[in-house]
Design a protein. Structure first.
Length: 187
């Protein structure tokens, strides 16, 4: 309930600092979430806490490295993607199942109305450099291949444990083939 949410929020403030947390909270309640809290003039829910903590950790790890291209495997509705895109102003590839991709396309389009979002259609089997240069955010299912696109930061936070070994192995092959030299993998 609300007491647990308040406890988590205070723990996040202790870990990341009030200014960092406030700066990364939401200005509006996209999706009309019913179980939210407010801090000053901003909104939060428990999922935001994880994303803010992970962002804080990634900033420590990547330090001064330029992050231009991020690929998140299993990004759900786009909560973490929203934080990373705002922080790094990067190109973002989100790979998830079609059901989640519908939600993330909506969520990210509300947060980034001026960014060009590439939405999968069944005629597409791979993202090539031409497509990659035309769009800012890519929302694709797992069967779309990345053609010679090098990624600075790969992310998987909550879905590898739900997959069978062969699928995880195929994602590790994708990461190895498309990771930039000295890139990062956050899991």
């Amino acid at each position: 309930g609300k007491d647990y949410q308040k406890k988590l929020f205070n723990k996040l403030i202790d870990s990341c600092g009030t200014e960092f947390v406030y700066k990364n909270l939401l200005k509006e309640n996209i999706g009309n979430l019913q179980s939210y809290g407010k801090f000053k003039d901003k909104f939060f829910d428990n999922n935001q806490f994880y994303s803010i903590k992970w962002l804080h950790t990634i900033l420590k790890i990547t330090k001064k490295n330029k992050i231009n291209y991020i690929c998140e495997i299993g990004g759900g509705y786009g909560c973490f993607a929203e934080k990373l895109i705002k922080k790094f102003n990067c190109k973002y590839i989100m790979i998830d199942l079609p059901e989640a991709n519908i939600l993330s396309s909506f969520y990210l389009s509300k947060h980034f109305p001026n960014k060009k979002i590439f939405i999968y259609n069944e005629n597409i089997t791979q993202l090539n450099k031409k497509d990659f240069n035309k769009y800012d955010i890519f929302v694709i299912p797992p069967w779309v291949k990345l053609d010679k696109i090098k990624i600075d930061l790969f992310i998987n936070t909550r879905s590898f444990m739900e997959m069978n070994f062969d699928i995880v192995k195929s994602y590790f092959n994708l990461i190895q083939a498309n990771m930039k030299l000295y890139g990062f993998f956050f899991n």
